[in-house]
Design a protein around this ligand. Structure first.
Ligand SMILES: CC(=O)N[C@H]1[C@H]([C@H](O)[C@H](O)CO)O[C@](O)(C(=O)O)C[C@@H]1O
Length: 309
């Protein structure tokens, strides 16, 4: 694919979940099916190696295996795609970027170095080197709520002012003031917020979501985004029910039972039932046991019947 500019990164992007066999090895057959299915659903884009793709827990050979397959399929289908080159280690990230660039992604995602918080100078040096290695492919900076350094709008402005060619970010969002400040960055910038806040987010100036709603059902999430784009009242009504489902059925797994975000993403995919990937996560993280799928699916059918239509 040709690299996307900031203005071209919009909408509903689906994550590639990592399919596993019982022995913790990668199930490449399911991975192929997953990529094919996501392409068929016609989402705005697909990205690999986010948290839900378990980027932090792959060997380099596995990283290459996943992303070569992913890139080949997306390039053949003309499907926009981003490769997550995020890693806690700056060196490993840089090597992943160098290899990923050759696979012609639409953009590359990275996180900041994650062992010791980098100073301002170190952060700039890091991003500059990564951006040089990625060029002409643009960088999307993934700054999740649990990152050791949380970037504020002023930090994004400083990064852009220092000449680093970031095209976008993937962040937890903020209040109306935060959206206002993100709207006034010094150059076009793609701001992606959490999936279940997309209608409100777009109305406040965001451009899309690397989306947990797409984990539940990518086609449903795409339809919802199309309605959001048209600013339909129904899109906001649906957002309320999506958030009701999240707070009643999903958040308790995180808050009360200590499951990880990636555990609930895989679980939501199993609840939505569009993929055969199960809820297991790679050691040492725990997946939500399969017996929880059907009861939550029943609740989901009540709150969000559209997911199953
Ligand atoms: C609520 C939501 O949409 N969560 C999604 C997050 C956010 O997009 C990101 O943390 C910015 O908030 O990204 C993922 O973890 C990821 O890329 O693997 C997938 C997950 O479904």
């Amino acid at each position: 694919m040709t690299p996307l500019s900031a203005n071209e990164i919009n909408g509903n992007w689906a994550t590639l979940l990592l399919p596993l066999n019982a022995d913790d090895s990668i199930n490449y057959v399911q991975l192929e099916q997953e990529i094919d299915t996501l392409i068929t659903f016609g989402v705005d884009g697909i990205y690999s190696n986010g948290t839900a793709g378990e980027f932090y827990n792959q060997t380099e050979a596995e990283f290459d295996g996943i992303n070569e397959l992913f890139a080949e399929k997306c390039n053949d289908a003309g499907m926009p795609f981003q490769i997550g080159c995020s890693h806690m280690s700056p060196k490993i990230s840089l090597e992943r970027v160098r290899r990923a660039r050759l696979l012609r992604p639409s953009a590359i995602q990275i996180i900041l170095p994650d062992w010791f918080v980098p100073s301002k100078t170190e952060l700039t040096d890091y991003l500059q080197m990564i951006a040089d290695a990625a060029a002409p492919v643009g960088l999307v900076l993934y700054n999740p709520p649990h990152a050791k350094k949380k970037l504020l709008p002023a930090d994004f402005a400083a990064i852009l002012n220092s000449g680093i060619p970031l095209v976008g970010c993937k962040v937890a969002g903020g209040d109306t003031q935060w959206y206002e400040e993100m709207k006034h960055l010094p150059q076009p910038f793609s701001v992606f917020v959490p999936g279940h806040q997309l209608a409100t987010g777009i109305s406040l100036g965001a451009h899309g979501a690397y989306s947990n709603v797409a984990c539940l059902n990518p086609a449903f999430a795409q339809k919802w985004y199309d309605s959001i784009r048209k600013a339909e009242a129904a899109a906001f009504e649906l957002e309320k029910r999506i958030q009701q489902f999240m707070s009643e059925c999903i958040v308790p797994y995180i808050v009360n039972e200590g499951y990880s975000n990636q555990a609930v993403d895989k679980f939501m995919a199993a609840v939505g039932g569009w993929t055969s990937i199960d809820t297991q996560l790679r050691w040492p993280y725990r997946g939500i046991p399969a017996e929880h799928i059907l009861p939550i699916r029943e609740k989901c059918k009540n709150i969000l019947p559209e997911v199953f239509q």
